[in-house]
Structures are given as structure tokens and as C-alpha cells.
Design a protein around this ligand. Structure first.
Ligand code: DC
Length: 240
């Protein structure tokens, strides 16, 4: 069977991937979601897949002392990525489980799961599958390195730990946090950074954006501009 001209390998354009990496609470997910909305892409939160695998394992084995890679992978079989209009959403046993995924039990154990190489390979496969048929904005720790080394747009978001802690508390408490609260949250964040350090990788060709003094709107504008430029660069030549 011959392929139509528009689908010949030279002309086929793979859906664009915008990869946003960075440490915890650097605003990756909320920024990625907003960027995806602006571009009409779907958002994929790779951390949510690690969280969903953790939640599924907790349901099967409440004592994390018995968690092995095989047990986590068996439990993760009940995790799926469901396409919505604006995202690929991690689900457990076919259901949305956002509160469970963001809860303290999952948050305190997810780094155990994220250290398991075969679980990382499982997450990476799910994310790559999502990118096959649709342009995505994906956020995580190693999207621009291990998962999409060829991504045309790679961003690494950083922000001062105190500012990250202040933003996180503002969101959680819905009021201005006190200095003591920020100091305590900063300590917790620095500890999480240390736990995730080996997985957090900045690609050499990633654009570093320090968001300490930027509004979210400014961050989004910069990333959207980079993505639009990359989109123009990849359109098939109309004369060709
Ligand atoms: O971004 P988050 O807090 O939802 O991530 C949850 C955990 O998963 C955290 O321990 C870091 C880890 N993670 C990872 O190792 N690699 C990714 N690509 C995304 C998240």
C-alpha cells in the first residue's frame, strides 16, 4: 500500500513535545497546565504517574516495608492515563483520584517508588505513548533528558527554596503564611530536593528559567513564545 504524500516520512511532523523539568514546588505543573491550555496541547504530569503507582501499591500493600519493584509494578497495572480535552490524567482503577494522589500518605512514600528503575521505565513508556498521537506539555524531573532527549522545547524551572515554600503555603492555606511557617516548609522542601536529587536532571540544551521574581503569567508567556517559535520551525515547507 502506498502512503499519501502528506504522510510520507519526510513530511510527517511528529507532535511537538514541550518538556518542563525542575525541583518540587517550582511551579512546573501549574505552569505546564497553563502553557498546554494556551497552545491547545494536552498536559501530562509525570509525577502524577509516580503518585498513582504509589497509591495503587498502598491500596494493595499498606505497609511500604514490603514494597518490591515487582509488587509496585503489579499494582501499577491498575493505573491508566485517560485523555481529557486538555490533559492525560493519571487514574487508579479507572477513576480520578486527585485527593489521594496529593495526600500525605502518597507524598511521604512516592520517592521509594520513584527510585525503582523498572517503575521509571514504566512511567516513561506511558508518557511516550501519550506523546505519540498528540502534542503535549509534560512536566517532571527528567523529561528533557531520559524521556524526550529530542524534545524541541526544554525548560528547566528553578526558584529560591524560600519563595517555593511561600507559594506552596499560599496555595495550601489560602492566606499569607507566617515567617515561621515558611521556614518550616523550606526545610521540608530542601529535604525533598535531596531525596529527588538523583532523578532531577537538567538537559544541557534546556532553557533555564528562574521564577523567583517572575509572575506565573510571565513564565507562561516565555514558554509559549519558545513553543510557538519551535512550531514554526517544524512546519513542513509549503513549497517543498
Ligand atoms: O512532582 P511531584 O511532586 O508530583 O513528583 C512526585 C515524585 O515523583 C517525587 O518524588 C519526584 C518523582 N518524580 C520523578 O522522579 N521523576 C519525574 N519525572 C516526576 C516525578
Amino acid at each position: 500500500m502506498t502512503s499519501p504524500v502528506s504522510e510520507s516520512p519526510e513530511r510527517r511532523v511528529r507532535p511537538l513535545v514541550v518538556a518542563i523539568d525542575g525541583p518540587a514546588a517550582s511551579g512546573k505543573s501549574s505552569t505546564a497546565k497553563w502553557v498546554a491550555r494556551e497552545l491547545g496541547f494536552r498536559h501530562v504530569d509525570s509525577g502524577a504517574l509516580y503518585r498513582a503507582a504509589t497509591a495503587a501499591t498502598l491500596r494493595a500493600h499498606p505497609d511500604s516495608g514490603v514494597w518490591t519493584e515487582d509488587r509496585v509494578l503489579a499494582a501499577a497495572a491498575s493505573v491508566s492515563l485517560a485523555a481529557t480535552d486538555t490533559s492525560f490524567q493519571a487514574r487508579v482503577a479507572g477513576r480520578e483520584a486527585e485527593a489521594e494522589l496529593r495526600g500525605a500518605e502518597v507524598t511521604s512514600r512516592v520517592s521509594i517508588v520513584a527510585k525503582m528503575p523498572r517503575v521509571r521505565a514504566w512511567v516513561n513508556d506511558r508518557v511516550r505513548e501519550a506523546a505519540e498521537g498528540h502534542a503535549i506539555v509534560v512536566d517532571g524531573r527528567d523529561m528533557g533528558t531520559a524521556v524526550f532527549p529530542q524534545a524541541r522545547v526544554k525548560i528547566f524551572l528553578v526558584a529560591d527554596p524560600w519563595e517555593r515554600a511561600r507559594r506552596r503555603l499560599l496555595q495550601r492555606l489560602e492566606r499569607l503564611p507566617t515567617e515561621e511557617e515558611i521556614a518550616e516548609e523550606t526545610d521540608a522542601l530542601v529535604q525533598r530536593d535531596a531525596k529527588d536529587e538523583s532523578q532531577t536532571q537538567r538537559a544541557n540544551d534546556a532553557v533555564l528559567i528562574d521564577t523567583t521574581y517572575l509572575t506565573q503569567e510571565e513564565q507562561v508567556e516565555r514558554i509559549v513564545a519558545l513553543a510557538r517559535r519551535a512550531q514554526k520551525g517544524r512546519s513542513p515547507d509549503p513549497a517543498g
